[in-house]
Design a protein around this ligand. Structure first.
Ligand code: PBG
Length: 337
């Protein structure tokens, strides 16, 4: 290239020449401590039940949940987020099983705490949809709308029973206005000042929740568009965020992750609390399905999807691959690139 003198004067490729060089200059690293495992526990079954739309994920029994928690600890995962799946006949209009101290989620929280103590941050999904016979995240008015303020009373009760059962962190995911403030008050008034709130501050009404509905045996018909955010909106997320922080959120979450990385980046820039993102069921299912067909490299695609979420600004990532990825990372060395 003498005709062009020293053209090209700048050669970014120099920093990509070897695996060791690429590793040294990498801006984003995944660490097992970034990962949180969402896990489902089902009442009344004596063997785990496979979720067909989420190959590799099961509705756990209490016993297999304990094992999954121990496995997560060994792999270096930092937290577990529990979802309860009650027996169908326990569902009702008010989601009573969600506030029963012997409801499946509370039983599971006690079991996991007994098993792992404080070695894992134990979190609970705080929402009514798993427990209502209509499948909505709140209680309904006589004409079938989700009643915000009546739902807040139920969330306050849920916060107390989940904290009583041993949750270190509660994760309100119902998108009711005022939920974080009401939950903070309920926790403080019941001696749970140390229980933190991971607010699903930004939660979009997403088609990618599809497989989750199977995972929790959802009874929902219709959609959640009157309470979850419209995918078309970005500025609204900053408003939701500001409200949750003002109400006392200790950590905030953006959900889903992959299709909302622009939102995640904005959120991460604008807050001074830890930021989480939830790589949801549909994001999981898409990669598993394409990999199963041989269309993408499963391990590489999983790591790339998680790296993207980290790069956009999430310190913590909820992912159904948490334990498996943490195991890979533990064994990762420069030769594997
Ligand atoms: C509501 C809740 C949902 C998810 C987590 N919490 C479902 C919804 O809002 O419809 C979805 C998680 C996933 O898709 O992996 N309790």
């Amino acid at each position: 290239m003498t005709a062009y003198g020293n053209f090209p004067g700048s050669r970014p490729r120099r920093l990509r020449t070897t695996p060791a060089m690429r590793r040294m200059v990498a801006e984003t690293r995944l660490d097992p401590a970034n990962l949180i495992l969402p896990a489902f526990v089902r009442e009344g079954v004596d063997a785990p039940v496979a979720i067909s739309a989420m190959p590799g994920v099961h509705q756990h029994t209490l016993d297999t949940l304990r094992k999954a928690a121990v496995e997560a600890v060994s792999a270096g995962v930092s937290g577990i987020m529990l979802f309860g799946v009650p027996e169908d006949e326990k569902k009702d209009a008010r989601g009573t099983a969600g506030t029963d101290p012997d409801g499946i989620l509370q039983v599971a929280l006690r079991a996991v705490r007994e098993e792992v103590g404080d070695d894992l941050v134990v979190m609970s999904d705080l929402c009514l949809d798993e427990y209502t016979d209509h499948g909505h995240c709140g209680v309904l008015t006589a004409d079938g709308r989700v009643d915000n303020d009546a739902t807040l009373e139920r969330y306050a009760e849920m916060a107390q029973v989940q904290a009583d059962a041993g949750a270190h962190v509660v994760g309100p995911s119902g998108m009711m206005d005022g939920q974080v403030g009401v939950i903070r008050d309920a926790l403080d008034q019941t001696g749970h000042e140390d229980v933190s709130i991971l607010a699903y501050a930004v939660k979009y009404s997403s088609a990618f929740y599809g497989p989750f509905r199977e995972a929790v045996g959802s009874s929902l018909t219709g959609d959640r568009k009157t309470y979850q955010q419209d995918p078309a909106n970005a500025r609204e997320s900053l408003r939701e965020l500001a409200l949750d922080l003002a109400e006392g959120a200790d950590m905030v979450m953006v959900k889903p992750a992959g299709p909302y990385l622009d939102i995640l980046a904005k959120v991460a820039e604008s807050v001074d609390v830890p930021v989480a993102a939830y790589q949801i069921s549909g994001e999981y299912a898409m990669i598993e399905a394409a990999a199963e067909k041989g269309w993408i490299d499963r391990e590489k695609a999983i790591l790339e999807s998680l790296t993207g979420i980290r790069r956009a600004g999430a310190q913590m990532i909820l992912t159904y691959w948490a334990t498996e990825v943490a195991q890979w990372l533990g064994g990762r060395d420069v030769r594997r690139g």
